[in-house]
Design a protein around this ligand. Structure first.
Ligand code: B12
Ligand code: SF4
Length: 435
């Protein structure tokens, strides 16, 4: 849309009226988005996101969700820098599209904010929710696509080979979109079989497994590497922990954008009109051409010791097992209670049946019940049911203990931690966590 037509529309519509969804959609597509949809800030389904959205832009009325397709063959390549180059290039591209959309909207008197499609994020909130806008949630609500078993959004036409972005604007539109009725994911489970660390599971993504391997050179994986550097007493000791090619890979990540180690779940997904006929025409050939080269690629695979991810990686003779530690040291009780859900490992927690009542005192006064049962960990507010163990603990002491800065013994003798029940339950709980 040229500047003249923008001005023409602006004068026709005025911005204090609900804006025409149709003309906004046209503008977004003309600026290069491959699909677009709109969500109202008051929608119930995004209520858990509202605080963050309004922190990012207090005047938000409408969330514009846009997508950009990637070149599928790049993402499927067993040469991962070919895929990473596509991810990075298209990340910049979609952000540039959002930037252009917002500048065009500014000319119509509409103001707004675009955050970021991925990184950078708010590192001050680490290890909490470091992003303010969950683009998948917005895309689903905007009717762009639905999440498959692998938790990526699948567009009915382009499949999951899309990147997402969201723009928060101060103006309502005259029509909002609704989630799709039919999920393009047809449960072929290729994503489950392709992930070298078994992170994709029907019961939900194993966040720690994916973050430890795929994000080896990001965030907590990067912390791990730094700690390996500083804890090495000599060059020889560093080299015994980190291969030269791994050091070079970290350099490459710092210089050119972090290397994803896998994204195989996305690479193999055959859902979506543009792709599915390749799969249905000859399923065996599809697996041979797309899945097998990734499964049989010889490469290092990063896992935490004793986890389900380790047991899965071990079964694949093409993968070299490398032990890592994805660091997520909580800085508050709230982060602890959120984080344990992400780091619970079903293999390490196998056979554990325990209920713990936590009563946190001091800075963060919170009560919570943590239950591990039948290979699942749940956290509930308040003290619910009968506990095997009751722990009354000063919140700051607990956080210091989790970060290795305070011993449990010292916490007990200074009466900052009071336990009722057999402490073995606390150990069992701790041993069920992947990190
Ligand atoms: C956090 C994050 C991750 C995490 C968690 C993955 C996930 N499924 O959410 C990790 C590091 C593992 C990850 C990996 C990848 N990601 Co990512 N990631 C994000 C991010 C920042 C937010 C995701 C989100 O909305 N979560 C909210 C909830 C509703 O999603 P969920 O699936 O139910 O929740 C999972 C996690 O988020 C986690 N979680 C939930 N709450 C919290 C809170 C905290 C504090 C933490 C740490 C985690 C966490 O637990 C769940 C898993 O058990 C977005 C960018 C953004 N700002 O939106 C990109 C995004 C989701 N990622 C994307 C991509 C491409 C990937 C990778 C393919 C990267 C790669 N190149 O290898 C892999 C795919 C892994 C997979 N199968 O999901 C794309 C997805 C595009 C699409 N078609 O859907 C996004 C949308 C980026 C973008 N702008 O396009 N990612
Ligand atoms: S690979 Fe198959 S099971 Fe996995 S998300 Fe895609 S369609 Fe669904």
């Amino acid at each position: 849309m040229n500047d003249e037509s923008v001005q023409e529309l602006a004068s026709k519509e005025g911005v204090d009226q609900p804006f025409s969804a149709e003309s906004l959609k046209k503008l977004c597509l003309e600026e290069g988005a491959d699909d677009v949809g709109f969500v109202n800030i008051d929608r119930e389904a995004i209520s858990f996101e509202r605080n963050d959205l309004l922190t990012a832009y207090p005047k938000t009325q409408t969330i514009i969700s846009i997508i950009k397709t990637m070149n599928r063959e790049n993402i499927q390549s067993p040469i991962r820098y070919v895929a990473n180059n596509e991810f990075h290039h298209m990340s910049h591209h979609i952000e540039e599209i959002s930037r252009r959309i917002i500048l065009k909207l500014n000319q119509r008197g509409i103001r707004g904010v675009r955050t970021s499609m991925g990184f950078p994020m708010d590192a001050d909130r680490w290890p909490g929710k470091i992003w303010y806008v969950s683009h998948k949630v917005m895309a689903v609500q905007a009717g762009i696509g639905l999440m498959g078993i692998h938790r990526n959004v699948i567009h009915p036409k382009f499949g999951n080979f899309i990147l997402l972005d969201s723009i928060l604007i101060d103006t309502p539109v005259d029509r909002y979109d609704q989630p799709l009725q039919e999920n393009p994911c047809f449960e072929c489970r290729l994503c489950i079989s392709a992930c070298p660390v078994g992170a994709v599971r029907e019961e939900g993504l194993d966040f720690t497994a994916c973050a430890t391997h795929n994000y080896r050179e990001f965030m907590g994986g990067f912390q791990d590497w730094v700690e390996q550097v500083v804890s090495s007493k000599s060059v020889k000791s560093y080299r015994s922990k980190v291969h030269d090619r791994e050091t070079v890979s970290f350099w490459q990540s710092l210089s050119f954008g972090a290397n994803y180690k896998a994204a195989y779940c996305m690479a193999v997904c055959p859902a979506g009109e543009d792709i599915i006929h390749h799969y249905h025409a000859d399923k065996k050939a599809y697996v041979q051409e797309i899945v097998k080269p990734l499964r049989e690629k010889e490469e290092p695979v990063y896992v935490n010791k004793g986890t389900r991810a380790e047991s899965i990686a071990k079964r694949n003779k093409y993968k070299e097992l490398r032990y890592a530690h994805f660091h997520m040291r909580p800085r508050s009780v709230a982060q602890f209670l959120m984080g344990i859900k992400l780091v619970f490992d079903p293999l390490k927690g196998k056979g554990v049946e325990v209920t713990i009542h936590f009563e946190f005192t001091g800075k963060e006064k919170v009560s919570a019940t943590v239950t591990i049962s039948k290979g699942r960990l749940e956290v509930h507010d308040g003290l619910i049911g009968k506990a095997n163990l009751r722990a009354k603990v000063d919140s700051e002491t607990w956080v210091a203990f989790l970060n290795g800065e305070r011993s449990l013994f010292r916490a007990i003798i200074t009466r900052k931690l009071r336990i009722k029940g057999n402490p073995i339950h606390l150990m069992r709980f701790q041993n069920s966590l992947a990190i």
